[in-house]
Design a protein around this ligand. Structure first.
Ligand code: SAM
Length: 364
């Protein structure tokens, strides 16, 4: 940190805390996902989630006359296993199921889980070290954008400052530093379009890495659909003056809190997604926005009710469990409204039923 004048930008701190080789949260061997880890994601809660996505993948592949699936950040691998299982059941398997995972530790767990769950389909699964060229098919990313490092800033009476991170014998601490030109300009641009301008004291985040990340996906996909799912908001709500302490959420042993400077390397650090930024970038890249929906509406449009009825359940207890899982996925107070789904397409008609229920693209 001395080389940077005593502090580093928050984005660099977040990048190191999550991904530093051998030490970062996603690089080291902690359990991370599931009951024994720090947090639970939708595919970990219920296979109903992944089976809904499988139906949407099948609709796209049918419209395209076949293609591949690329999953980014596949976590424990359970979503890949459930999607492959469901697509096989429907007789609509993709040519290949590709996985790009930055964590070597999670990649090993995915390989072990898929070898157990879908051994007969392993020849279709391929782990990649970089994005493929000329992909035709569907790109899936559940809770990956929230892990992209963000810049943190605060508005002071004298103007915008960046919140950097310093270190001393007392530990890590926030330090206000001059905001870079890029950060200044970006805040000027996006705040100009806000219905209510935040005042001094307002603190929030900007994900400058989202643009390059989407650009790389766009270059990789020659035709098809990206389905990106995460917790987030349209910009007018993301930077609403009342949301004045930012959107950082950290997960440590199933406790969510807002202090990324604690438990460094052993907790997950995330930021909510500004979905207007996703949409703007996509449009600039020449992608179409196929739809933007809450997770609840998307899953309803994808037929989660029907899947619940069809799901194998030997006992009344199992059926009750499935119904309870579905409630976690769709109720507004659980994941139903916080989580959103955006579909970005190239060369496709509107072919995904998940966006047919209640499309919120006009709010972006
Ligand atoms: C919160 S976990 C979500 C895992 C899984 N998608 C799920 O829903 O259970 C974030 C995942 O994204 C991976 N990841 C983070 N940044 C990534 C990136 N830039 N490219 C690909 N994977 C990434 C992590 O290693 C991890 O597997």
């Amino acid at each position: 940190m001395d080389a940077f004048g005593g502090s580093i930008p928050f984005s660099q701190f977040m990048n190191l805390a999550l991904y530093a080789p051998g030490l970062g949260y996603y690089s080291a061997g902690a359990a991370k996902l599931g009951e024994s880890g720090d947090f639970v994601t939708a595919p970990e809660i219920s296979s109903l989630f992944s089976r809904c996505l499988a139906g949407q993948v099948a609709q796209v592949l049918e419209e395209m006359g076949g293609g591949d699936v690329l999953e980014l950040g596949a976590g424990s691998g359970v979503m890949a296993a459930d999607i492959l299982d469901e697509l096989e059941r429907q007789g609509r398997l993709p040519h290949r199921y590709l996985i790009l995972e930055v964590s070597a530790d999670l990649r090993q767990r995915q390989q072990a889980l898929l070898a157990t769950r879908v051994p007969g389909l392993l020849d279709r699964v391929e782990w990649l070290d970089k994005l493929p060229v000329g992909l035709e098919g569907v790109i899936l990313a559940n809770e990956v954008m929230d892990a992209l490092p963000v810049e943190r800033f605060r508005i002071k009476p004298e103007g915008l400052v960046a919140q950097a991170v310093s270190w001393s014998v007392d530990g890590f601490a926030w330090q206000d530093v001059a905001a870079s030109d890029v950060l200044q300009q970006e805040w000027l641009r996006l705040s100009a379009g806000l219905p209510a301008r935040p005042d001094a004291g307002f603190t929030s985040e900007i994900c400058l890495q989202l643009g390059p990340w989407l650009q790389a996906l766009n270059q990789s996909m020659s035709r098809g659909l990206m389905l990106l799912i995460d917790y987030g908001l349209p910009r007018s709500q993301y930077y609403h003056p009342q949301r004045n302490d930012g959107t950082l959420i950290c997960h440590y042993r199933h406790r969510a809190h807002t202090d990324p400077l604690r438990y460094v390397g052993i907790q997950d650090i995330t930021a909510w997604v500004d979905f207007t930024r996703v949409a703007e970038t996509a449009v600039d890249l020449g992608l179409e926005i196929m739809g933007f929906a809450t997770q609840a509406h998307f899953l309803a449009g994808a037929g989660i009710d029907r899947l619940l009825q069809l799901a194998p359940a030997d006992t009344a207890r199992q059926r009750l469990d499935l119904a309870s899982q579905m409630r976690k996925l769709i109720l507004p107070g659980e994941m139903g409204e916080r989580f959103k789904v955006i579909g970005l397409s190239r060369g496709l008609d509107d072919c995904v039923s998940g966006f047919g229920m209640h499309d919120l693209t006009h709010t972006l």
